[in-house]
Design a protein around this ligand. Structure first.
Ligand SMILES: [Zn+2]
Length: 157
């Protein structure tokens, strides 16, 4: 299968092409990397709340590359740089006291580094991959996400 076919069916590539709505637009971007906020699910489906954990960012190479091992050295340097810059923005403008990073890749074969902020007051039982399960965690729909994205983008300068 040609790379273009794979990329045509890829949800991450579709977001980069602008086919999918991302509230507030990119948090940051350059010629190799896009940083965006996780989109809230539609509020009208069964069991859908329409809200997401605020500050859950995704750092993605523009090129359809499956995992860390598939990046060029240039892409890898840029992904690392954007992870650091976005984490600083989450701390300085997003209220995070700590930022977790993870690559999972079990479902979507286009690298996306998850950045998950931990907010002050998060009980120890919810640290790391359960931060977004804390009942009192900050969550929001499209308008709250867009407002946070604007704050993060201005913190990035
Ligand atoms: Zn892709």
């Amino acid at each position: 299968m040609a790379d273009e076919d794979t990329a045509a069916a890829c949800v991450v590539c579709a977001t980069h092409r602008g086919d999918a709505l991302v509230p507030g637009g990119p948090v940051g971007e350059d010629d190799l990397v896009v940083v965006s906020h996780l989109s809230p699910p539609p509020p009208d489906g069964p069991g859908r709340s329409g809200v997401v954990y605020l500050g859950h960012l995704l750092v993605e190479p523009r090129r359809h590359a499956a995992g860390l091992a598939d990046l060029t050295n240039g892409e890898a340097q840029r992904v690392g740089l954007w992870c650091a810059r976005a984490a600083r923005a989450l701390r300085e403008a997003g209220g995070a006291e700590h930022v977790y990073a993870a690559v999972i890749g079990d479902n979507v074969p286009h690298l996306h580094v998850h950045l998950l902020p931990r907010y002050p007051g998060t009980p120890r039982a919810y640290w790391w991959h359960r931060v977004d399960e804390w009942p009192d965690a900050p969550r929001g729909g499209a308008s709250e996400v867009a407002a946070l994205v604007r704050r993060l983008r201005s913190a990035l300068g």
